[in-house]
Design a protein. Structure first.
Length: 317
């Protein structure tokens, strides 16, 4: 291992999350396992986050803080990846929390199983009022899977692909060996491209029932309010992944692309797709030839030549 034997590097981008920072940092510091480093990247905060992080750094030598101008979460996470010394890479958002036993339980798994690239665990979705949203909290099928199987939804109890970067730990040499970083053109939905690239290259992924992450769904967070940017990011993810995978479009990769296409369809203001040339030239043909019934129906309607009829039909399917 590098970095004097550090096992886990926890990368935490932070931008104006002062009200949540204490809970986030404490969820790391109070782990019942001690062999970790935490790298906080202060992405141009103006609300007291910068000063709070410096105070935490003074109190625990395992915490490092980098202050930089605001360039977005992808750039911030890439800075963390450059600085990380641990054998395994973890991600935590600065308004979220780890369970107190997450790192210990993962370390116990790593001692028994050594030959895999990624470990995936479960998460809870926590509302602003502290309630756990049981309808969106994650359940996994436990066991060893290929990345291909997970892309196809085999490891999820809901048959869903694994979109997030923060519900996994990654072997650092795996990320370095494949040159995997975050797309710095994306500030929303960047998880989709990063996670799917990782899974498409992973030979072995261990899925566990460890419930180790509390994802805070707060009013006003970027993932809730910026639907248009989310649509643009998903279209970019689809385009880049399709380009990378076109010559070897396995069943799992095809399922992943279909999932992304469906997510694009069901974001609010579907009419905006009428003006997207990328959607017209790339995603619609993919839906027509690879989609299930509703996807093919959408593709057919989208290609309808009379615009006002097309818009009317798009509103009802």
């Amino acid at each position: 291992m590098d970095g004097d034997g550090i096992k886990f590097s926890i990368i935490v981008p932070a931008h104006n999350t002062a009200p949540y920072l204490n809970a986030c940092v404490n969820s790391i510091v109070k782990q019942d396992y001690g062999n970790w480093e935490a790298i906080f990247i202060d992405d141009g905060s103006t609300d007291g986050t910068s000063e709070a992080l410096d105070n935490f750094c003074d109190q625990d030598t395992r915490i490092r803080v980098v202050h930089k101008i605001c360039e977005g979460v992808s750039v911030a996470r890439n800075v963390g990846l450059e600085l990380a010394c641990g054998e395994w890479i973890c991600f935590l958002d600065s308004d979220d929390e780890y369970s107190a036993d997450l790192l210990r339980r993962i370390d116990e798994l790593l001692k028994r199983n050594v030959n895999f690239d990624i470990v995936r665990f479960c998460y809870d979705v926590v509302m602003d009022d502290g309630r756990v949203d049981s309808t969106t909290s994650q359940e996994l099928r436990c066991g060893m899977f290929s990345g291909e199987q997970i892309l196809g939804g085999s490891a999820s109890a809901l048959g869903m692909c694994a979109w997030n970067c923060w519900d996994k730990v990654y072997r650092r040499t795996f990320l370095i060996g494949h040159g995997i970083k975050f797309d710095q053109e994306m500030s929303i939905g960047e998880d989709t491209l990063f996670a799917t690239r990782c899974l498409s290259l992973a030979q072995k992924v261990l899925c566990t029932n460890i419930r180790g992450y509390r994802y805070r769904r707060r009013n006003g967070s970027a993932s809730v309010v910026a639907f248009e940017k989310s649509r643009e990011s998903l279209i970019r993810s689809f385009t880049l992944l399709h380009e990378m995978w076109e010559s070897n479009l396995t069943a799992g990769r095809k399922a992943c692309l279909l999932n992304i296409a469906v997510r694009i369809l069901f974001l609010p203001n579907r009419m905006a797709l009428v003006h997207s040339s990328v959607f017209d030239k790339l995603i619609v043909p993919f839906l027509l030839y690879n989609g299930k019934l509703k996807g093919r129906l959408f593709g057919f309607v989208y290609r309808f030549p009379v615009k006002w009829i097309k818009i009317m039909l798009l509103k009802i399917i």
